[in-house]
Ligand binder design. Structure first.
Ligand SMILES: [Zn+2]
Length: 344
């Protein structure tokens, strides 16, 4: 009879405790500890069969190879840009976003837009659903393999057989590792599965794209610790009711975090917006008052934005200033300076 071992985990930061405590000593949140069953059976290295453990050796600084040569490039230029020039071999990228925003569409787009052998693991949708979407998107279907699986050891086994150049996992919340007994989506399960995925990626030099759902508080569901475990965290933002989506890098071990990628959601999937300035500016033929064009810098790319202002006489004694998409305190400070120094 195997003794069932359980432990308490903070649902906010993933802190572990042998007994229940009211306040987390790590993140100071209250009532976040939940009991989860854990059962470590065998070391991870044994389960990742077929892969030899490579130990790092010291190397001369002049012999260090630049990362550029080791990156997988996609046809999707926006995605390459956000990653800092392509997907680094052996790296793990977490793509977070609210449900229904189009994370699966984005990753499928990426899987179909490279000439690399890809293993697309889905615990969320059926193969038929994914194929229907792939047909809508179009693209290279000769290199993308679908796998319906949520068991991590099975996924690793299949990946060892197929030897893909990169792996997509949709989503980390559905994955279950045999080494931990708690249910998929729980803190200890997400933590353990991610740690095994990271280990697999590093040992085999195969990059993995992980999809992670965002909870109502706006952070990636599961522990914050997940963000520390992976190499790159990308956030996919936008409004379900609007056509534009932004992908933003929050953490990137292999590039800058200033870059953004802009997409347009269409019936044929996500389309890159190559010239964002075109989208952000209304093309007025006649010159209107209160409209100004400003240049802003996002990463290495200048973006032109349009600012529209309107004034009308106040109904009451004290006039009011309000703004959307601009910090009101900054606006007040600027107008104050203009009034004082330029006497406008
Ligand atoms: Zn905590």
């Amino acid at each position: 009879m195997v003794k069932v071992k359980s432990s308490f985990f903070c649902q906010n930061c993933g802190n572990q405790s042998s007994k229940w405590i009211g306040k987390c000593s790590s993140c100071n949140e209250w009532n976040t500890f939940v009991e989860e069953v854990i059962q470590k059976s065998s070391p991870i290295e044994k389960l990742i069969s077929g892969s030899l453990i490579k130990s790092a050796k010291p190397q001369l600084i002049k012999d260090v190879q630049p990362l550029v040569s080791q990156r997988i490039k996609f046809l999707d230029k926006e995605f390459n840009r956000v990653l800092g020039g392509g997907l680094v071999q052996g790296s793990v990228v977490l793509i977070g976003g609210e449900p229904g925003i189009g994370k699966s569409t984005l990753t499928l787009n990426i899987a179909l837009s490279s000439n690399n052998k890809c293993l697309y693991v889905s615990g969320e949708e059926s193969d038929e659903q994914i194929k229907l979407r792939a047909e809508r998107i179009g693209g290279d279907m000769d290199n993308c393999y679908l796998l319906q699986e949520t068991n991590l050891q099975q996924i690793i086994h299949q990946a060892n057989q197929l030897k893909p150049q990169f792996i997509v996992i949709d989503s980390i919340q559905t994955i279950q590792s045999e080494t931990v007994d708690s249910s998929p989506g729980s803190v200890s399960q997400i933590k353990e599965s991610t740690s095994q995925i990271v280990k697999y990626a590093k040992l085999n030099n195969i990059p993995v794209l992980l999809i992670g759902h965002i909870n109502k508080e706006g952070s990636i569901a599961g522990p914050k610790i997940l963000e520390h475990m992976v190499d790159t965290v990308l956030q996919f933002e936008g409004d379900q009711h609007h056509i534009y989506r932004i992908i933003r890098s929050i953490k990137n071990r292999f590039g800058s975090t200033n870059e953004i990628g802009i997409y347009e959601m269409t019936s044929k999937g996500l389309i890159e917006v190559e010239n964002p300035s075109k989208v952000l500016i209304n093309n007025h033929q006649e010159l209107l008052s209160g409209v100004a064009i400003a240049a802003s810098l996002e990463g290495l790319r200048p973006i032109l934005i349009e600012i529209q202002a309107l004034t009308s006489s106040a109904a009451y004694g004290t006039p009011q200033r309000s703004s959307t998409g601009f910090d009101l305190r900054r606006l007040n400070m600027l107008t104050c300076g203009i009034r004082k120094k330029m006497r406008i």
